[in-house]
Design a binder for this molecule. Sequence first.
Ligand code: FMN
Length: 188
Amino acid sequence: MLISIVHDSGYGHTARVAKAVAEGVGQVHGAEAKLFAVADGVDWPTLEASDAIIFGSPTYNGMISARLKQFFEDSTKAAWSELKWRDKIAAGFTNSGAQHGDKLNSLVSMALFAAQHGMIWVGLDLMPGNNSSTASPDDLNRLGSWLGVMTHANVDQAPDVAPPASDLTTAQYLGRRVATIVGRFQPA
Ligand SMILES: Cc1cc2nc3c(=O)[nH]c(=O)nc-3n(C[C@H](O)[C@H](O)[C@H](O)COP(=O)(O)O)c2cc1C
């Protein structure tokens, strides 16, 4: 099972999240993760051979980054015109500097993009964390997202400490979930 993680990251925080997603994929027997930073270019044949593609972007100006959008546009000729990604599993994650930061718009854009490619979108089946008097920011899904993983990195902290461990564990969870679901689609 091959799962590609196509992401952008201007300052390294979203790249750290992408690594965590890949770690989660690697926790599933028989699943392999391939990381593609769009700034370095993607390998279209590998994407075509993938069982799933997970998209990741920083939220910039309340939307996905220009570089990820460019990749989306480039995929029109490379994949969409022949629906090469039809029935692949898709999922997404986004990181931003504000706790809310209008991240939902980025995930919506990714899910719509996946739908236009005929892909099957997988959200996050986690209860919201950090949402009661006894809860904590250390909870899984501390930002309470369902469409995909939202992470938050303090703007004055480098990617070695931000986003925090709870967000990275949530990202690992998404990778594991996607790999597990891909497994269910494998022929017996
Ligand atoms: C051009 C630009 C626009 C940004 N817009 C937002 C925004 O809309 N919401 C937000 O919460 N943070 C915003 N930020 C902060 C980034 O989301 C934050 O620094 C994030 O950790 C960057 O991820 P990266 O290190 O992967 O690039 C913006 C940063 C830049 C450079």
